[in-house]
Structure formats: C-alpha cells, structure tokens
Design a protein around this ligand. Structure first.
Ligand code: HEC
Length: 425
C-alpha cells in the first residue's frame, strides 16, 4: 500500500469522542492566533526588509529582526502550530464531506518551504530566499484563511472545492483583508516590542535607524488598528445567518476598544520620541488580535454546532461498539471467579428477588426453568429486561457488564439445577 501524506495524517487521527471535540475548538483557536500572527509578521517584515535592502541595509536588518532568526523560534511558532492545526481542524470536520484536511495537506509544503526560506533570509540576507519565501507563504496563507472562512458555511461544504479560494465571494475577500490587516498590526507590535522593549534585541538610544523604525512601527500599528475594526464590522454584517451568535457580537466590544486604544496611543506617540508606552501598545495590539481570533472561533463554533452533534453521535455509536467488542473479547478470555455470580446476585438482585419466594420480582424458581440450557437468553434479559408478566412491574436494567451478567446467569442456572434436584430427592 502506498502511504500518501493524507493517509498518514488520517492514521494519526484519534477517534473523536464528545469531550475531545469540545476541547478541539478552543485549542485550534489559540493555535490559529499564534500561527497567523507569526505568519503575518514574517511576511510583512520581510517585504519591508526587501524594500529597504538596497537603500539602507541596517534598516532592512531591523525590519527582518521583527522576528528572531533562531531556527527554534520558527519551528515553535511556525511549523509546529501548522502541523497541530492541520490535525485539529481535520478532526473537527472528520467524517464530513468537507475536504479540509487534504486541502491543508496539499497546501502545507508551500508553508513549510516559505517559512524555511524566510528563516534563511534572516540568516543570509539573500534576496532570492526572501522573495521566494514571501511568495510561498502568501500562496499558502490566502487559500488557508479562506479555508478557515469556509468553516462558517457547513451547509455549502458538499459544493465547495476547498482549495479554490472563493474570490468572487465578499466573505472570502474580507477574510483575506482581515488577515492582511492583522499581519500589519502584528508587525507594528512586533517591531515596537523587539526594537524598544525586549532587552535582547532592543536598539541603543543612539542607533541611527531608531527614529525611522519608531515611525514605521507606530504607523503600521495605527494602520492595522484602524483597518481591522472596520473589517470586523463589515465581516459581522455579512456573516451567514447560521454563524451569527450573541457571544461573537459580545467579544467584538473589547476587540474594538483595545484596537482603538492602541491606535490612539500609537498616534499620540508618533509625535513624541519618548517610547515609554511601546510595551503597552504592543500588548494592546496583540490583545486585539487575540480577541479577533476568539471571535472567529465563536463564529465557527456556532456554524459547526449541528455538524458537531452529528459527528458526536456517530462517534458515540462507534465508541460503544468498540467497548462492546472489547468486553466480548475480555469475557471470552478470562476465567470466572466461581463466587462472582453469587456476590453480584447478593449485591444487585437480592433487593427484589429471592430464589423461592416472590419479593418485588417473581421467585426465581418459578421463572428460571424456561431459561434452562439457555444462559445466553437469560444474560440478554438481565442486560436489557423486557416486560414479561403483567402481575409485576417492569424490571429496571441493573447496569451490569456482559461479564457480570454471564456470571449471574450461570450462577442462577446452576443453582436451579442443584435446588430442583435437591427438591426432587
Ligand atoms: C428493582 C427490583 C429488581 C431488581 C434489583 C432485579 N429485578 Fe429481576 N425482576 C424484577 C421484576 C419486577 C420482575 C418481573 C418483570 C416482569 O415480569 O416484567 C423481574 C423479573 C426477573 C426475571 C424473570 C424474567 C422472565 O423472563 O420472566 C429474572 C430472570 C430476573 N428478574 C433476574 C434478575 C437478576 C439476575 C437481577 C440482578 C442482576 C435482578 N433480576 C434484579 C425486579 C428486579
């Protein structure tokens, strides 16, 4: 058998169960935030670096260093979140006809190649690596955010080709614009943070590029923080009905407030060379982005709700089948404790039954003869009692496992034989 990446990923999939699906969504949301912010900063900062590389190499280097050149950083914030996201999103729609997983699998070589090229660019400053990296990551990012957008439209899945961005669709365009605005905002925040706050990378007070970076960082932040709220409002207005929900509207409030605040602060600081608030602005910018991902996540949850219920039901039946198979295997391999049946009978049955007199249920010596030699039938009754005699109320199921039911049934039938023999003598 040839193992395609798709098959391989499907093998890693865990059978979804109810709780696990509920956990996946917030996890996927958090990863989306990390991954998209990182990807956005990587793209925009490289574009800025490439644009300045000829005229001002020092400045270009500063732009590139909005993200550290350490390989570990690129793996932790780029490659690992991408892999995990692919698995989580695949799980989320596993079993539906929406081919999100194969689509991500087909797209991800572009992302892996692009991220590595962008990392390489920070090491060698070769323009080819930078340019190829930007093209590849953009080529990945636009269809990818479009895939995320399509998660809001489960009713359209059977008709969608997940790999073709729905470019004629306003929603798809807005989603791409939101990604770009977020990327610009995140780059502004990252430049502020890495250039003026983070002790390992911040510029000295007399660095020649300090002022230009300050203006770029603040302008990018203002631009992103003004564009993003506008796009979010637009996006909320054109959401499909099935994806609209109160919580998504509610998070829009802190989203707008944090972004406006960071825009106002950044604007104020453009005229003020003192950068004491750089950390606050960077923090607000990222908080705004995190609210935006939360909003997207809530929209997704609402849109996917009925799909998830269906998947959950399917998972439940599969799970109980597994459980049953396992029990059958278990009960056929393990020797019984000969006393087990008697113990279970005393614990679970004797409240309503006695062997030779009627209690709540009938005397067992009256009802058991019809099960002689048919332990299976008796076990089936014990596991799922049916209404038998109108003179009695119905017997509630006792929640025994197959193994326990078999032990009690064998115990009762053996006792029937010994007692009736004893009675006959
Ligand atoms: C809460 C009371 C209650 C408990 C506990 C209970 N039973 Fe019963 N059982 C009944 C009643 C009531 C009936 C009569 C049901 C009817 O005729 O529809 C009954 C009927 C039966 C019958 C006769 C079935 C038939 O085909 O006529 C068997 C066998 C039996 N119980 C076995 C058990 C065993 C084994 C346990 C313990 C695992 C158990 N019961 C626990 C109330 C109970």
């Amino acid at each position: 058998m040839n193992l395609t990446p798709r098959l391989l990923l499907q093998k890693i999939m865990v059978l979804p169960d109810a709780h696990h699906l509920e956990m996946i969504q917030p996890m996927a949301g958090a990863l989306e935030f990390i991954f998209l912010a990182f990807l956005g900063i990587a793209i925009i900062s490289t574009v800025l670096a490439l644009a300045h590389q000829r005229s001002n190499p020092v400045l270009a280097r500063r732009f590139a260093l909005a993200i550290s050149g350490k390989l570990g950083v690129w793996i932790t914030f780029g490659l690992l979140p991408l892999l995990t996201l692919a698995i989580l999103l695949g799980q989320l729609v596993y079993g539906s006809r929406f081919g999100i997983l194969p689509a991500i699998v087909k797209l991800s070589p572009l992302a892996v190649f692009g991220l590595l090229a962008l990392w390489k660019y920070r090491r060698c400053e070769c323009r080819v690596a930078g340019t190829l990296g930007v093209l590849a990551t953009l080529g990945f990012a636009l269809p990818f955010v479009n895939l995320l957008e399509m998660l809001h439209w489960p009713e359209r899945w059977p008709f969608l080709n997940p790999l073709l961005p729905n470019i004629y669709d306003v929603q798809g365009v807005v989603r791409a614009l939101i990604f770009l605005a977020g990327a610009i905002l995140a780059t502004g925040g990252a430049l502020l943070f890495r250039g003026f706050v983070w002790s390992e990378s911040r510029m000295t007070a007399d660095a020649p590029e300090r002022n230009v970076i300050r203006i770029w960082a603040l302008s990018l932040t203002v631009l992103g923080a003004v564009a993003l709220p506008a796009l979010v409002v637009w996006d909320s207005a054109i959401l499909p009905v099935g994806a609209q929900s109160v919580p998504a509207l509610v998070v829009s409030a802190p989203l707008l407030v944090t972004l406006w605040l960071s825009a106002l602060l950044a604007l104020a600081m453009l005229w003020n060379p003192n950068l004491c608030r750089a950390a606050i602005i960077a923090f607000l910018a990222f908080a705004g982005l995190a609210f935006e991902t939360t909003r997207e996540n809530l929209i997704q949850t609402t849109a996917l709700a009925d799909k998830l219920i269906a998947l959950r039901m399917k998972a439940d039946t599969q799970f109980s089948k597994l459980q049953m198979d396992q029990e059958v295997r278990y009960s056929s391999n393990t020797p019984f404790d000969p006393k087990a049946g008697e113990k279970i009978y005393a614990e679970k049955c004797s409240a309503c039954h006695a062997f030779d007199r009627k209690v709540v249920g009938p005397a067992h010596k009256d009802v058991l003869p019809k099960y002689r030699g048919q332990s299976d039938k008796l076990q089936a009754f014990i596991l799922a009692p049916q209404k038998v005699d109108p003179a009695f109320p119905a017997m509630p199921a006792q929640g025994l496992s197959r193994r326990e039911a078999r032990a009690v049934a064998d115990y009762l039938l053996t006792r029937l034989e010994t007692e009736t023999k004893g009675g006959a003598q």
